[in-house]
Write a protein that binds this ligand. Structure first.
Ligand SMILES: [Zn+2]
Length: 154
């Protein structure tokens, strides 16, 4: 008879014993989970989590939560590891994004600077051109005046 009920409750057995990942806080039956110490010959003094209902009623071969503490803690460490990897990936993305933004800002700053320098160089060139032209005009006027003076004196 117990075999029959076992067969008909395959889904709940999946829900109970095997499927729990990490430290269980509550059994699927709704009661809390307690921490016990094994007294079996196979696992002496090994700690385990157990549905408190199943523990107080000393149920055996049932579907209520049973989970070795060390395995549960390993699950938790795995979960933490996965979380850390996720965080690291997110951080890498953020870092990459920041680098992109910095690169863009640097590029635009460089372009701005280049434009400014170009403008200044052009201004300076224009100014120097104007200066040389002025000097040339002065020189020409000077020459004309000199020639005029020489002609006047001569
Ligand atoms: Zn239970």
């Amino acid at each position: 008879m117990s075999n029959l009920t076992g067969d008909s409750t395959v889904s709940s057995s999946r829900r109970g014993r095997g499927r729990v990942v990490g430290v269980p806080s509550q059994c699927w039956c709704g009661v809390a989970v307690v921490e016990k110490i094994s007294k079996s010959d196979f696992n002496p003094y090994r700690r385990y989590y157990r549905c408190s209902y199943a523990a107080t009623h000393k149920l055996e071969n049932d579907n209520h939560i049973f989970k070795w503490v060390d395995e549960a803690l390993l699950n938790e460490i795995d979960k933490l590891g996965a979380q850390i990897r996720k965080i690291e990936e997110a951080m890498e993305k953020i870092e990459h994004g920041r680098e992109e933004i910095e690169k863009m800002m640097f590029e635009s700053l460089k372009m701005k600077l280049e434009n400014e320098i170009l403008e200044r160089v052009e201004d300076a060139l224009l100014e120097s051109k104007a200066n040389t032209r002025n000097m040339m005009i002065c020189g020409v006027i000077g020459c004309v005046l000199m020639i005029g003076l020489v002609k006047l004196l001569g």
